[in-house]
Design a protein around this ligand. Structure first.
Ligand code: HEM
Length: 70
């Protein structure tokens, strides 16, 4: 819904998505991502989307440690 729909919807929709992907790529590749907890402590809760959760918790979370690269 961010780009609205119908005859007056955003003509920059696909361009804006490509820009966001490009920005994310440049930000993400500057970091090393490592799980902050043991892999076994996590599970994927399935609803409309799959979401990571720590076992025994109701919160959606994925604890990671980000280390800036070079
Ligand atoms: C995150 C980025 C963007 C969002 C959330 C967004 C959102 C929207 C929305 C909601 C509308 C409809 C406005 C209305 O109902 O009057 C719209 C229209 C429009 N957008 Fe975007 N937009 C984005 C980026 C862009 C980009 C990058 C371009 C051009 C390269 C663009 C060009 C346009 C144009 C020309 C319209 C008018 C379409 C018409 O009235 O026929 N937008 N945008």
């Amino acid at each position: 819904m961010s780009f609205y729909g119908g005859p007056r919807s955003c003509i920059g929709f696909r361009f804006a998505i490509a820009e966001m992907k490009s920005l994310l790529f440049h930000v993400i590749r500057g970091f090393e991502f490592k799980l902050a907890v043991d892999e076994d402590a996590l599970w994927s809760r399935s609803g409309i989307l799959m979401r990571p959760q720590l076992r025994g918790s109701n919160k959606t979370e994925l604890p990671v440690v980000l280390t800036p690269l070079g």
